[in-house]
Design a protein around this ligand. Structure first.
Ligand code: GSH
Length: 375
């Protein structure tokens, strides 16, 4: 049977950029506010936006009738192609694809639903009015975009990050931004760019970086910034799992790297920055003892894991990458920790962190304990 006989195809051109439409279709805060035919709304929504993840919700009709929906993502290629299997939890109804193509006037959206047979497709068309419903669905998207032209911090407001490329906590947030290709403006706090310092201090008088600015909102603390990005500017890479218990494991490992790796490493750096040899030696010895304990624990904890909290790259790995990078420069991870060394090497090979490391390379002379000739 030809594909077209068991396929339903709908198209509509919208006068909006592709990135905006992608966001409206994939960010839970948006998509669940317009999805579905006229008079329908989504309730009890859970959206795990990653390949293999599920989006479940009850579609509630104008008469209050509830229709369980369950879609499982098969392909996510921002901002142009989304493929998912759609069903009701009991069975799969069709495979859907959404393709976004740039046109002179905006974006052409092509929705395809591929059914097992022509009879299955015809049943949905005749019994449920799928073609009319699909047209209403695209018209609702159009209306939603017109009403929310900027899509709250979408195209209108631009994220800005204050920090320094060589700073470990700045890198932690940069990794999160790079993982999801989140657009932002970097405001470097350095001697060559003095224009940013006053504004950063005004926004965060505790004088710590990084600091994220989203419109009127200032966010300090690297972990909080990454949590915020996950909620308000999510992308294909989920840095905190949807499952609350799994998220707790991620947060614990994030705390571990900040408190037991980054903190002693910064202590040794602080000692060296005093310029006093005795203080430098004392701080280094203290840090070495703390780091040795952390390395030994990590060696056992990371055995058999791809990433810090399991199979998926997460917030914990954003924290791990710069902390282990600089900790190893401070107190080398010895050959008796092969699992930890391999994990550090995996982090260095991750494109988001590799990019942060490259961008910071020119500042290595600033490392007060002396940067080694590697990495
Ligand atoms: N807990 C903070 C730590 C931030 C932090 O220590 N940043 C360092 C740069 S890596 C800093 O601001 N140092 C300047 C100072 O302490 O004066 C976070 O997670 O963002």
């Amino acid at each position: 049977m030809a594909t077209s006989e068991r396929e339903l195809v709908l198209q509509r051109e919208l006068p909006f950029p592709r990135e905006l439409i992608w966001k409206a279709m994939t960010v839970p805060e948006h998509v669940n506010r317009w999805w579905g035919p006229d008079g329908f709304r989504n309730e009890n929504v859970a959206m795990d936006f990653r390949v293999g993840g599920a989006w479940t919700f009850d579609m509630v009709g104008p008469d209050g009738a509830r229709y369980p929906n369950r879609s499982v993502y098969k392909e996510i290629t921002p901002p142009s192609r989304l493929v998912y299997e759609h069903g009701d939890g009991a069975r799969v109804w069709f495979e859907a694809s959404i393709v976004l193509e740039e046109t002179a006037g905006g974006t052409l959206i092509t929705l395809r639903q591929l059914y097992d047979s022509q009879a299955a497709r015809d049943e949905v068309v005749e019994k449920y009015g799928a073609i009319e419903g699909g047209k209403q669905h695209l018209a609702k998207l159009d209306n939603y975009l017109r009403e929310h032209g900027g899509l709250a911090a979408g195209t209108g407001t631009q994220l800005a990050l204050y920090g320094h490329p060589f700073s470990s906590y700045t890198q932690k947030v940069l990794i999160a931004l790079y993982e999801n290709g989140t657009p932002f403006e970097f405001r470097c706090l350095g001697p060559d760019t003095p224009q940013h310092a006053a504004e950063w201090q005004r926004r965060w008088p505790l004088n710590k970086f990084p600091l994220l600015v989203d419109g009127e909102r200032d966010l300090a603390e690297s972990s909080i910034i990454i949590e915020y990005l996950q909620i308000v500017h999510p992308g294909p890479v989920r840095l905190l799992p949807a499952d609350a218990t799994a998220a707790l494991d991620v947060r614990f490992m994030d705390r571990f790297f900040d408190l037991h790796v980054m903190t002693p490493m910064q202590h040794a750096v602080g000692g060296a920055l005093t310029g006093v040899t005795a203080k430098r030696e004392e701080a280094l010895a203290y840090a070495a003892g703390k780091l040795e304990m952390a390395y030994a624990w990590l060696e056992r904890h990371l055995a058999g894991k791809g990433w810090a909290a399991g199979a998926e790259f997460s917030l914990a790995d954003c924290a791990a990458a710069p902390s282990l990078f600089y900790a190893d420069w401070t107190h080398p991870i010895s050959a008796s920790y092969p699992v930890l060394r391999a994990y550090r090497a995996r982090l260095l090979a991750r494109p988001s962190f590799a990019r942060a490391v490259e961008e910071a390379r020119q500042f290595r002379h600033l490392f007060p304990l002396g940067a080694p000739q590697r990495d």
